[in-house]
Design a protein around this ligand. Structure first.
Ligand code: PEP
Ligand code: MN
Length: 269
């Protein structure tokens, strides 16, 4: 085990209780929303997911894509970017729900931080040390998505970078890893493997909250509900789920987006 994390654990210093003056709680976190902001529909979507049990809203203004020039639709190119942030400000004004959104680069922390209640670090930036160090100096909650390649040491090391900066309000998000999906020829949208065993493995080593992402880790909407249940049964503290009013029409990640009815089943029933 990482000596630093172990020593913090042994001294019971690794206490990631959140700042109670904030409204955000990691335990029982139910984050939902579309992969990315696509239009001003985002305001209604935030209201809808809230009414289906979400206690935090996710939506990417910046959306790193594997093939960056693949899609360009009505101003959406790897997200609506600045326009996406503007729409998130409208959500913030009109809907009472914390906003989780990705920050891709240290230079964007101030701008994204004006609207984000929680900074999401995407899988591609899991070991972007400049970004992790800079976010460690902020006082906002951070959702660190595991790199698809991340070992347990690399996960704990990434957490350590943020913790030593002074920010202990973090959660680890398990979003699937490379390898295994040997049924991809049958379910082509499946790109990653869920690696649920990382939930109890991390629980042995740290009290950092664990949020499970059944959307990216499965890549296929019919698997989102069962894997959500499995993750909570394994001890995950919360979920982050991609949801869209018309899932097949999602600009990014359509195959894994669920509809409102399914979201309600996961979060309320
Ligand atoms: C996302 O949550 O929208 C996302 C891009 O996830 P990841 O960074 O895990 O691919
Ligand atoms: Mn996505």
């Amino acid at each position: 085990m990482n000596d630093y994390i172990k020593s913090l654990k042994d001294q019971n210093k690794l206490n990631i209780s959140i700042d109670k003056t904030k409204t955000f709680e990691w335990k029982y976190t139910k984050i939902a929303g579309p992969c990315s902001i696509e239009s001003d529909d985002i305001i209604d979507i935030a209201k809808q997911v809230k009414s289906r049990g979400a206690n935090a809203f996710r939506a990417g203004a910046y959306k790193p894509c594997t093939y960056p020039i693949l899609q360009e639709i009505n101003g959406w190119k790897e997200g609506l970017r600045e326009e996406g942030l503007r729409l998130l400000h409208v959500v913030k004004d009109l809907v009472d729900i914390p906003i989780v959104t990705e920050v891709m680069d240290a230079s964007m922390i101030d701008q994204v931080g004006e609207v984000a209640d929680v900074f999401q670090i995407g899988t591609r930036n899991f070991q972007n040390y400049t970004l992790l160090d800079a976010l460690g100096k902020t006082n906002k909650p951070i959702l660190l998505k595991r790199g698809t390649w991340g070992t347990i040491d690399e996960i704990l090391g990434a957490c350590e970078r943020i913790l030593v900066g002074g920010n202990n309000n973090i959660a680890i998000c398990l979003r699937g890893v490379v390898g295994m999906p040997n049924y991809r020829h049958v379910f082509p949208s499946i790109r990653w493997a869920p690696d649920l065993m990382m939930v109890p493995a991390l629980k042995e080593l740290t009290n950092i909250p664990i949020i499970f992402d059944p959307s990216h880790s499965t890549g296929y909407r019919n698997f989102v509900e069962p894997m959500s249940k499995a993750a909570l049964a394994a001890g995950a503290d919360g979920l982050i789920v991609e949801c869209h009013p018309d899932p097949d029409k999602s600009i990014s990640d359509p195959a894994q987006a669920i509809d409102y009815k399914t979201l309600e089943k996961i979060f309320i029933k």
